[in-house]
Design a protein around this ligand. Structure first.
Ligand SMILES: [Mg+2]
Length: 363
């Protein structure tokens, strides 16, 4: 076994349960707390790296238990290797039997990269390309009533956040969504709106909602994944018939998915999330999307400042991201960490980070 300072000496895995102020509702279900997993990687020289897994059952079925078990079992394949092999270690990790668990791979790769960047005294945004240190995030109004949506929009404006993302496509139906969207428009008349269906709408429902939005004089900035993830023809028709930009989220996890989306003309923007398949895979997807002329968005699951800052480093460092949806720390009732990005309104800054993602366990 190597004894170089950059050798991985240990990996620690714990549950990271964080209560939310209000449940986080999307078309597929509601999350009442963030049930995440924290990974710590220790190097021979004492350097530590932290990573977060944020499985979101309502999004893709991954669970905290699954991520926890897989990461615990990874010990033998990680300890003793050099931290510079982070990408290979991540690929090896994904070879486990059973269902894939992108959030677990993301946690491991985040902890490895954080340890490597701290070892080298490099901020993670610089490691990813150094394009910039700033991003503008939206804030989300989750599924709920029109009254809640109105209050949410007013609060977002009060926070000085410009872009509003709205979760639509829940069980209450199109008329209920329209009542929420009218309420949001009244409270925030000039906010760019991203309408995220989380694959919960039918083609007929989508057509009905487009017609109603046009009748109400509401022009969204972006229609994010209204239709089922494999209905690429429907997505293409939605962009054509509405005249509005469509983003693919659930439809895109791999480079092959990017090619299918581009070939079908199913979206103009791809929502990249490190939790989908890990950081190495997200780098490949970003590269493939840009090569096919698709614009980029960075998003996440229900993540603490740890996961969110990693994603912000990825997007700001690579550059060229049109939209950022990195807001879930504002839904949490506690922050177990210190450091990470700073926020002024929706403007996130990584400029103060000196090494890694800069997030440490809090006091
Ligand atoms: Mg989405």
């Amino acid at each position: 076994m190597s004894s170089a300072p950059s050798t991985i000496k240990g990996i620690n895995v714990t549950r990271l349960d964080i209560p939310l102020h209000v449940p986080f509702g999307i078309a597929g279900g509601v999350q009442a707390a963030a049930n995440n997993v924290l990974v710590t990687v220790m190097l021979a020289d004492g350097t530590r790296g932290l990573g977060e897994a944020a499985p979101l059952p309502a999004y893709n079925g991954e669970t905290q238990q699954q991520a926890f078990d897989l990461l615990l079992a990874a010990n033998d394949r990680v300890v003793g290797r050099d931290i510079r092999a982070w990408r290979e270690i991540g690929t090896d990790f994904a070879m486990h039997p059973g269902p894939t668990c992108g959030s677990a791979r993301c946690a491991l790769e985040t902890a490895l990269l954080d340890a490597m960047c701290r070892h080298d005294r490099v901020p993670m945004w610089k490691f990813f390309g150094g394009a910039g240190t700033g991003l503008e995030t939206d804030m989300t109004i989750t599924t709920g009533t029109a009254g809640e949506a109105r209050a949410g929009a007013a609060e977002i404006r009060q926070r000085g956040i410009r872009v509003i993302k709205v979760k639509i496509g829940g069980a209450e139906g199109i008329a209920a969504d329209m009542a929420r969207l009218r309420a949001i428009r009244e409270a925030a008349p000039d906010a760019p709106l991203i309408l995220d269906g989380n694959a919960g709408l039918t083609r007929d429902g989508a057509t009905e909602l487009v017609t109603a939005l046009k009748a109400a004089g509401i022009a969204p900035a972006l229609l994010e994944q209204w239709l089922p993830k494999d209905d690429l023809a429907g997505m293409s028709a939605l962009a054509r018939e509405s005249g509005w930009a469509v983003a693919a989220d659930e439809s895109v996890r791999t480079v092959e998915d990017v090619a299918r989306i581009a070939d079908a003309g199913a979206a103009q923007i791809v929502n990249i999330k490190l939790m989908k398949a890990g950081i190495g895979a997200a780098l490949d997807v970003a590269q493939a999307a840009r090569a096919r002329g698709l614009e980029l968005m960075i998003g996440g699951n229900v993540e603490s400042i740890l996961g969110l800052t990693t994603s912000a480093c990825f997007a700001a460092g690579l550059g060229g991201f049109r939209y950022a949806d990195l807001d879930t720390q504002w839904f949490m009732a506690a922050n177990p960490f210190a450091g990470g990005f700073s926020a002024r309104g929706g403007m996130l800054s990584l400029a103060a980070i000196t090494a890694g993602h800069g997030v440490d366990l809090g006091a």
